[in-house]
Write a protein that binds this ligand. Sequence first.
Ligand code: ZN
Length: 139
Amino acid sequence: MHTVKPLAGSCLCGQIHYELAAPPLLTAICHFAHCQKQSGSAFSVNLVVQRSDLAVSGDLASYTDRGESGTVIYRRFCAACGSPIMTEPSDKPEIAYLKAGTLDDKGGIDPKVQIWCSSAQPWWSSQFEIPAFDRNLSQ
Ligand SMILES: [Zn+2]
């Protein structure tokens, strides 16, 4: 038996801390327009995790957003400093999308796919030789 070292993360001000007890199911680069707005960046890097593997402490604020399909998604961020921490889709409550930039140990990041390339910023050209999808994985 080997033990998996939990991945830890935090927000900018340190009020939010989290631990991820198991490795992410997948790490995806997301070019969805809302991910750009919410992260303030060209794209977000999301760790797809089991919600039950994730322990979060601190005061998370929430914004109720909708994906392109109309599905309600909850965007969780630090109430004090605004750092985006994770997104929880209402139709898949067992899953969370954790923002990779908030990890304290950057070694846990290993993007395998790019999604929503149809809304990627025009100057972006992929530096990664990983599968790229115009929309979501199933589309
Ligand atoms: Zn904070």
